[in-house]
Ligand binder design. Structure first.
Ligand code: SF4
Ligand code: SF4
Ligand code: SF4
Length: 193
């Protein structure tokens, strides 16, 4: 088995958003570094694995329903380098009315997997609890519609068993479920920055 290490995204946030730098440094920001060190299971060098193209994915929900694993091998990850740290984050909030606040039953995630913490006015940081996420795509849809698509779905290769005939690929309405080289198993738009 080849061991694939995903580049850590940690620290990118501090570089891109220098104006928040000092403030964020104390928050223990982990970004996508949770992916660091995860192995690609059952794949040989030169082989391919399934992944989601975040440019095409529309967060339809089929990834949560069609994976052979329960919960799905697909989970939300947050590309912090792209995030606007919006006070009104519509990946987090279900509504788009100005003045909406969290804690009033208007959070978008059905499992409460997204939490937010105050950075400095008017910026908030959003964190995904991966244990609670089952890849439903609701937050992805909200962020894509009203934000900058920094919340994306990815196949987690520490979970995926790389089925030859992945049912998600057959059900995806956006041709977003694709084969990628096992040596580069994640499609993060910020991974080359
Ligand atoms: S290849 Fe199999 S385990 Fe991986 S996402 Fe598709 S159905 Fe789930
Ligand atoms: S809304 Fe769905 S995809 Fe987003 S964090 Fe919650 S469970 Fe995961
Ligand atoms: S089935 Fe396709 S469009 Fe739907 S959430 Fe999965 S990757 Fe995105």
């Amino acid at each position: 088995m080849s061991k694939i290490i995903v580049p850590s995204q940690e620290g990118g946030l501090l570089g891109r958003r220098g104006f928040l730098g000092h403030c964020l440094r104390g928050l223990g920001v982990v970004g996508l570094s949770g992916l660091t060190g995860l192995l690609v299971r059952g794949s040989e060098a030169g082989s391919t694995v399934w992944q989601i193209d975040p440019e095409r994915c529309i967060g339809c929900g089929n990834c949560a329903k069609n994976c052979v694993l329960k919960p799905s091998a697909v989970k939300c990850v947050h590309e912090y380098k792209m995030c606007g740290y919006c006070e009104l984050c519509f990946g987090y909030l279900a509504d788009v009315r100005p003045g909406d606040t969290p804690g009033a039953g208007n959070e978008r995630c059905p499992t409460g997997a997204i939490s937010r913490s105050f950075v400095e006015q008017p910026y908030y940081q959003y964190t995904i609890d991966e244990q609670k996420c089952y890849g439903c795509g609701q937050c992805v849809k909200g962020c894509k519609a009203f934000g900058n698509n920094s919340l994306i779905l990815q196949v987690r290769h520490d979970r995926c068993v790389n089925c030859n005939e992945c049912a998600i690929a057959r059900q995806c309405p956006a041709q977003a479920f694709v084969r990628v080289p096992a040596g580069r198993p994640y499609l993060l738009r910020t991974q080359n920055e």
